[in-house]
Design a protein around this ligand. Structure first.
Ligand SMILES: Cc1cc2nc3c(=O)[nH]c(=O)nc-3n(C[C@H](O)[C@H](O)[C@H](O)COP(=O)(O)OP(=O)(O)OC[C@H]3O[C@@H](n4cnc5c(N)ncnc54)[C@H](O)[C@@H]3O)c2cc1C
Length: 401
């Protein structure tokens, strides 16, 4: 199974999580045709490789929506379990689910009643496709450097500038855009806007990625957005973006677990069947050690993801740090595991379109998006500084008594 039942038995989870994990695994099995290309007329292509990522994401979103998988009032443990199972099944299945959630969560958490009524049910049904547009060529990790301008104009705003590396950028119907309204320097001057893709003044430049996904840069030229499309209030853009990223980071760790488990399962099957030295590859001590190493890393990553999701669901102050730890550890270890599994396949794992080769390309971006590993490490270190300051203050107070 793509999720670990032993892990689900731990007190981090309750019955509804165990039931959800079973259901999403079954859903993935039942809907595998959505991301499996069966249209190749020559029969020579790898039949598991999607021919058209946009079509796959659209149809997967529809199916997820129709079957009620989008619940943005739900908990983070459920989100993580869904991502883990979907990532195990397919890169684009996870992509469809996670980017819709990334786009809808700010609206669900910070939208007013009218904004939620207008957009949320359609995002939840998959009829509308969402995208979250934060990054720019000059402002990725450094969110406070965002430059896309939103100037007040006739009771609304005019947006001018660019966004870069936007997932779902080519197919989105609704962008959540973080722009500079200039109310203060750096993080203080940012505001979130809901911008329908049909708004005049938006041009979309598709970007080709290492693993094919709908992806684009966006250019805004005198793009007029009414004041009622400001999300969460003027000047709240940075807080909205950070709130979102803190909440979703551990879900990236969960997806990394899904990719890594899939790689290990495939490599294990291969090692069991590969005849070598008069036995099988799985009889070779060094190979057994490689599987043991992967198992240790998978367990540690799963525990960190579970803890971060659990702390986030409890609303504790340490949750952002735990979320960063889970993303950092799970994505870095998943990269190592997938690489080791390619190695265990030998040349077969390097053939274009083979499962190990695709996982090798697909896992790479998880160490970069929603904050590179180094930024996660900086978040953890900053949290240590805060703890040290609190302890230091305690000592000073104690010494004075
Ligand atoms: C597949 C994918 C999907 C994405 N989807 C979206 C999306 O939907 N919406 C969106 O807005 N953006 C999206 N992005 C953009 C993503 O969030 C940024 O790429 C990411 O935040 C890093 O920014 P950057 O690429 O500008 O790298 P930079 O900020 O230029 O950083 C480059 C490198 O510098 C190092 N570095 C940076 N900061 C530090 C630090 N504090 N300490 C030490 N080293 C550091 C790291 O090695 C880092 O990888 C996506 C990116 C990818 C790859």
């Amino acid at each position: 199974m793509s999720v670990d039942r032993g892990m689900l038995a731990l007190p981090f989870y309750d019955e509804r999580h165990r039931e959800l994990a079973e259901r999403i695994v079954q859903w993935c099995d039942k809907n595998a045709d959505l991301w499996t290309d069966t249209t190749d007329p020559t029969g020579t292509a790898d039949t598991a490789a999607p021919a058209d990522p946009e079509r796959v994401v659209r149809s997967t979103l529809r199916a997820l929506g129709e079957d009620g998988w989008f619940d943005w009032d739900g908990d983070h443990r459920s989100l993580c379990l869904a991502r883990e199972a979907l990532a195990y099944a397919d890169d684009l299945a996870d992509f469809a689910y996670s980017i819709q959630s990334l786009a809808a969560t700010p609206l669900a958490r910070h939208g007013d009643e009218e904004q939620r009524r207008r957009f949320l049910p359609h995002l939840a049904s998959g009829a509308l496709i969402g995208a979250f547009a934060l990054s720019e060529e000059g402002a990725g990790s450094d969110v406070a450097a965002i430059g896309l301008a939103a100037e007040p104009d006739e009771g609304g705003y005019l947006l001018n500038g660019r966004k870069a590396w936007i997932a779902n950028g080519t197919i989105a119907d609704l962008y959540c855009v973080i722009a500079r309204t200039g109310d203060g320097p750096g993080p203080l001057g940012l505001t979130a806007f809901l911008v329908p893709a049909s708004t005049p003044g938006i041009s979309v430049e598709p970007v080709r990625l290492i693993a094919p996904r709908p992806f684009a840069n966006l250019e805004f030229t005198d793009c007029r957005v009414p004041a009622e499309n400001v999300l969460g209030g003027r000047g709240k853009g940075f807080a909205i973006a950070m709130d979102l990223l803190d909440r979703v980071r551990m879900t990236v760790g969960a997806a990394a677990l899904g990719f890594a488990r899939r790689a290990v399962d495939a490599a294990y099957l291969r090692a069991r069947e590969r005849a070598i030295y008069g036995g099988t590859l799985l009889d070779v001590p060094g190979v057994r050690a490689a599987f043991a190493d992967a198992e240790v890393k998978l367990n540690a990553a799963a525990l960190l993801v579970a803890r971060a999701a659990w702390e986030t669901d409890r609303g504790t102050r340490r949750a952002p740090k735990d979320s960063a730890i889970a993303k950092l550890y799970a994505t870095e270890r998943a990269q190592e595991i997938v690489d080791a599994c390619v190695q265990l396949h030998g040349a077969a794992g390097l053939v274009g379109g083979s499962l190990p080769e695709r996982l090798y390309r697909q896992i790479r971006s998880l160490r970069v998006y929603e904050g590179p590993s180094e930024v996660q490490a900086a978040i953890v270190a900053d949290a240590l500084d805060v703890r040290a300051r609190v302890r230091g203050a305690g000592r000073v107070r104690g010494a004075g008594r």
